[in-house]
Ligand binder design. Structure first.
Ligand code: HAM
Length: 498
């Protein structure tokens, strides 16, 4: 008998249930409306990509790539994973030979050697038994059967890949794209941090890196947060320089860090060599006084980056966007150049960044695309933004069920089905009990479901062609014929009646 057990969502993943799911849809819908009003258009890239795409764009040494990716081999499964007998071994050996012969195993020299070894071991099985099985299994596991693929930890890399693949650089002007969907990072779950989380992001790719573009994406972001009532946010901006000036600054920073190494904890000490910029991210209280003494990138930008940053700040002012400059905002992904920004929101504890973004001018070229393509974008963490809205108590009350059709008597059922159909066609949310109930019971159900109205259809109503609409809040009842009822509920739905 199969074991009886309850399945649960995997650690770091969760179900978004009603009524929260309606808040999520509304949030995403508003993003679409706002982004499209800035002439962004939707892109839906796949959820998994070649592992190398992420490693190359995000950076092999980043936490995301080195520790957090869900990566697996896209491979053929040989049906017997653990051979128990010689017969199993022979079957696997034959299946591998067949897959090799038909090209289902990539023809690399390393695979060829393992296929041969596997076959040789299968021949020794009779004489040597278990040790040969172990060597056989070893060869089987060493076969590189497919490409390494990864569930996307973010979408900027995919958008750049798609931009290159579809020759979008030939489109006029800058290409403005947005996306919404799940991302995957194997992080330690905590409040506001999940292993499957959702982002809504936007990217601008093309020949221009005018600071007005940077300012416009931030304007769009601020506009969106205002529309969804995400309050008390803070926009932080910084410039982390370019290929010219950043390496020089990083060396300067490294030297300065070496001098104060004693005041830093182990993680930061290690980063002095691996990635000194990340030391600036440290939130450890005891490291803060030391970090405050370090050289600041704003004093070491090259003239072109300094001018770009100054113009960006002017553009933000022009658009009336409040921001704070934060010289420590370096971000955790390697592709950034010049502008970086982040938005924080209240009610989230330590995971308070609801959006991160920045410029990534060399990324398209790094991924094999045309030279000279510039890029900037951001991604909003939907889970966190929604949590912050909920914690502020400002989550909008979403419309629920409008009408429950309380029907009784076999003759009223066809009328109930017909009116439910008409109301739904007008966009009214209707529940029609599938089985007959006494009126008292269906009115009680309407109340429990939070319905605004119960539409009472008994045999008398059917005979007279009128329906009784009961408003549950105050028990007021009105009689309507078909057309008047539709008109009344439609206008009610449009909010023209209280
Ligand atoms: P990111 O800063 O890694 O940037 O992520 C953006 C946002 O996604 C974060 O600010 C946070 O709200 C949310 N987020 C990240 N990890 C998690 C998690 N484990 N659980 C819940 N929320 C999370 C990027 O992903 C870049 N692709 C943004 C970008 C677009 N830069 C340029 N274009």
């Amino acid at each position: 008998m199969t074991e009886k057990r309850q399945f649960r969502a995997i650690k770091g993943t969760r179900d978004i249930l009603p009524p929260d799911s309606a808040l999520w849809s509304g949030f995403e819908q508003t993003a679409r409306e706002v982004f499209e009003s800035y002439n962004f258009r939707e892109i839906r890239p796949p959820i998994f990509e070649e592992t190398t795409l992420f490693a190359r764009s995000i950076g092999a040494d980043t936490d995301v790539v080195s520790k957090e990716m869900y990566t697996f081999e896209d491979r053929e499964q040989f049906s017997i994973a653990n051979p128990q007998s010689l017969v199993d071994v022979i079957r696997i050996d034959e299946a591998v030979a067949d897959a090799w012969h038909h090209g289902r195993i990539p023809h690399t020299p390393a695979n060829e050697a393992e296929v041969l070894r596997l076959h040789e071991e299968s021949q020794k099985m009779d004489r040597e038994g278990a040790p040969a099985i172990l060597r056989f299994m070893d060869a089987l596991h060493k076969l590189a059967l497919g490409d390494s693929i990864t569930l996307r930890p973010e979408a900027t890399a995919s958008v750049c890949r798609a931009y290159i693949e579809h020759g979008m650089h030939t489109l006029p002007g800058n290409v403005k794209l947005y996306y919404a969907g799940p991302m995957f990072r194997r992080e330690r779950p905590q409040k506001g941090r999940f292993r499957q989380f959702y982002q809504i992001g936007a990217e601008v790719l093309g020949p221009s890196d005018a600071p007005a573009i940077d300012a416009e994406v931030m304007e769009m972001l601020v506009d969106f947060f205002r529309r969804v009532d995400l309050r008390d946010t803070t926009l932080y901006v910084n410039s982390i320089g370019c290929r010219e000036c950043r390496p020089k600054y990083v060396e300067l920073l490294r030297d300065a860090l070496r001098k104060v190494k004693g005041g830093l904890r182990e993680d930061s000490q290690r980063r002095i060599d691996t990635n000194p910029l990340r030391v600036l991210d440290s939130k450890l209280g005891e490291e803060q006084p030391v970090i405050e003494t370090l050289p600041r990138i704003s004093d070491h930008l090259c003239p072109a980056c300094r001018e770009h940053f100054a113009k960006l700040k002017n553009e933000l002012k022009l658009r009336g966007i409040a921001y704070q400059e934060n010289w420590r905002l370096v971000r955790g992904l390697d592709y950034y150049t010049r502008t970086t920004f982040e938005v924080t929101a209240p009610g989230l504890g330590s995971q308070n960044a609801v959006c991160g973004g920045g410029r990534y001018d060399g990324l398209v070229e790094l991924l094999g695309g045309p030279a000279g393509v510039k890029g900037i974008g951001f991604a909003i963490g939907t889970d966190r933004a929604i949590l912050s809205i909920q914690e502020s108590g400002k989550a909008p009350k979403l419309p629920g069920l409008s009408v429950l059709v309380a029907w009784m008597g076999a003759k009223s059922y066809p009328a109930a089905v017909a009116i439910a159909k008409k109301l739904r066609a007008c966009g009214v949310s209707v529940d029609l009990p599938a089985e007959e109930m006494k009126f008292k019971k269906s009115l009680g159900l309407a109340d429990k479901l939070g319905s605004r109205y119960a539409l009472i259809i008994g045999e008398d109503e059917v005979a007279s062609g009128t329906y009784t609409l009961k408003r549950l809040a105050d028990a007021e009842q009105k009689k309507f014929n078909d057309n008047d009822l539709l008109e009344y509920l439609e206008s009610e739905r449009r909010g023209s009646r209280a």
